[in-house]
Write a protein that binds this ligand. Structure first.
Ligand code: GDP
Length: 589
């Protein structure tokens, strides 16, 4: 057991952590700095980062994550032994015009004939169909942005991605994006080669492209990617596509807990006259029923009406079921996690807590464990600054994009435009940016308040400009800020140990003669024994003739207090090398 146990919620500021650890803030900032994080006292560190830093510091403290009553922090749902099979959740993606919508229609049409509700009356962005008495949940992903947003909430949400490729057009940029998303989401891929009814259809070419350029080898060629040749127009092989999806899903053994309290994700939300908030939810675990108190993000409510994807009233909705509910007091946001609470009061409290956390998070910058790892691993690799550009008219969009491409002159940081368009900043832009760690530039456009709120929630940087060169300057500065700062160490002096007076757990008090330069209080020092470096320490005090001094010069005797992270046995004859370490910001050439 560690000497001390502290609990930390999702994140903690550098200042708070230092206080809890009883450490000077500067020491903590210094330790972060050693790990490549340039942090200020108000910066928030996420739980994982705090843990890593405390470990690195060698402090005997165990950090435990505080369990909060809110649902804002997504916990991975541990399946119980009684978890049962659930329908697969399938996203249909692909390049524009390759037939996603037509394919979904074709899949659902075959069923709507015997559908009591008489086809789809209510359009929510998820549907269910059945094949051989088994349900399949389909997510309509009008843009990859939506899928990207879902991805933030855990890889398990989408089990299978059907990638639609038109047989007469082949692999296109959004096809590649879809493959990338599916892979990062850890979803299984099924390829639907569509428009097979067309004369120009060339499925072989599609397969060759996928196999040689994108690592998706068709099963018939000995690979492990299932590909089905279909036509949304004639209905050819649509059933086979569904069979294939089920086959792939079977290998995944998809299960969910029906007995658990209902939880899932908000997949759509809008206000409707007379109904108030109309919210699309995807239940992941448990069963949602009318009358349940629900919480999603910073809002709550009671399930007033519960409708299935076709707009039919239902009494309960189990795992992998898309539903529409009314009853939320305010609109939750796309991608919010929902759960249920025991009482209205609990629901309200949880929502309030989530609101406070969101506001607090929006007010301070964040460093996460992921950021930290990225910084640690990317230091020497070339990095990318992703941007999305929105402008008022096509002409200015083109010139902003052309100019941005010119900013990219240095090989070290690459500027990648991952999205662009004419019009105001939209929720889709925010979703796309949230996933890709991206800056959104708006040129002569607006940032609607709802979009602004979303950007704050997802911590997406949106920057608005009316003058091109100011926008370019900002992009250049952003790239510069990504350059890992140069660490410059300056030698100050050295000392030979003549005697050790005290060795404590985190401190050594010793004395010796300054051999070169000077000994200075408040700097860093390396402890050496011959060629071996024993430790890096902090010089907390220097003394000349029993008097505390700022510095002691060459040729003089000097007393030292050295702060260590672990017990350090210094001996007579060891060398102490005093030095300073500075971070120097680099600029693009
Ligand atoms: P999305 O942008 O991927 O949703 O594509 P759509 O479903 O809107 O289809 C784009 C166009 O391709 C439309 O004009 C469809 O009618 C057409 N289309 C879709 N699937 C097929 C197909 O299997 N065969 C033929 N001939 N046309 C198709």
């Amino acid at each position: 057991m560690a000497e001390k146990v502290i609990t930390v919620a999702d994140s903690i500021t550098v200042g708070e952590l230092a206080e809890t650890l009883n450490l000077p803030v500067t020491n903590l900032i210094g330790e972060l700095f050693k790990n490549g994080i340039v942090a200020t006292i108000n910066q928030r560190l996420d739980f994982e980062t705090a843990q890593i830093i405390v470990e690195e510091l060698g402090i005997d403290v165990e950090i435990i994550r505080k369990e909060t009553a809110t649902v804002s922090a997504r916990k991975v749902h541990e399946l119980s032994d009684t978890a049962t099979e659930r329908p697969p959740i399938v996203a249909v993606m692909g390049h524009v015009d390759h037939g996603k919508t037509s394919l979904l229609d074709a899949i659902l049409k075959t069923k709507s004939v015997d559908d009591e509700a008489g086809g789809i009356t209510q359009h929510i962005s998820a549907y269910q169909t059945t094949r051989n008495n088994r349900s399949i949940t389909l997510l309509d992903t009008p843009g990859h942005e939506a899928f990207a947003a879902l991805r933030q909430h855990g890889a398990t949400l989408t089990d299978v991605v059907v990638i639609v490729v038109a047989a007469d057009d082949g692999v296109k940029p959004q096809t590649i994006e879809a493959i990338r998303f599916a892979k990062t989401a850890n979803a299984k891929i099924v390829v639907a080669i569509n428009k097979m009814d067309k004369e120009a259809a060339n499925p072989q070419l599609v397969k060759t492209q996928l196999a040689t350029e994108h690592g998706l080898n068709p099963e018939e060629w000995g690979g492990d990617t299932l590909m089905v040749e279909v036509s949304a127009k004639t209905g050819q092989n649509i059933d086979k596509l569904l069979d294939t999806v089920l086959l792939v899903a079977d290998l995944e053994e998809l299960r969910a807990d029906v007995d658990a309290p209902a939880e899932g994700l908000v997949i759509e939300s809008h206000m409707e006259l007379g109904k108030g908030s109309v919210v699309g939810l995807l239940v992941e675990h448990g069963e949602l029923k009318p009358g349940h108190f629900m919480v999603a993000g910073a809002t709550y409510g009671k399930v007033r009406t519960l409708l299935d994807f076709a707009g039919k009233t239902i009494k309960k909705a189990g795992p992998a079921t898309p539903v529409t509910v009314t009853g939320f007091k305010e609109l939750p946001q796309f991608g919010d996690v929902f759960s249920i609470a025991k009482s209205e009061k609990d629901a309200r409290n949880a929502a309030n807590q989530a609101r406070i956390e969101r506001e607090r998070d929006a007010a301070s910058t964040n460093v996460t464990g992921a950021d930290m790892l990225k910084m640690m691993t990317q230091k020497n690799e070339s990095q990318e600054l992703n941007v999305i550009v929105k402008a008022d008219v096509q002409g200015s969009l083109t010139s902003v994009m052309d100019s941005l491409r010119l900013v990219d002159t240095d090989g070290e940081i690459t500027l990648r435009i991952i999205g662009s368009g004419v019009g105001n900043i939209s929720e889709n832009d925010i979703r796309l940016a949230a996933n890709e760690n991206t800056i959104i530039y708006g040129f002569n456009v607006d940032l609607p308040p709802a979009v602004k709120r979303l950007s704050m929630r997802d911590k997406v940087q949106v920057r608005m400009y009316k003058v091109i060169y100011e926008l370019l300057d900002d992009a250049r500065q952003s790239m510069e800020s990504m350059l890992a700062p140069e660490v410059v160490e300056t030698e100050i002096g050295s000392l030979t140990i003549k005697g050790v007076f005290r060795t404590l757990k985190n401190e050594v008090i010793a004395g010796g003669e300054v051999m070169t330069g000077k000994a200075v209080a408040g700097v860093l020092a390396r402890v050496r024994r011959g060629d071996e470096q024993l430790a890096e320490v902090e010089v907390t005090k220097v003394q000349r003739q029993q008097q505390e001094a700022k510095e002691v010069f060459e040729g003089e005797m000097c007393g030292l207090s050295l702060k260590t992270t672990k017990k350090l046995l210094i001996e007579e004859g060891d060398t102490i090398e005093f030095f300073s370490r500075e971070l120097v910001k680099r600029t693009l050439k």
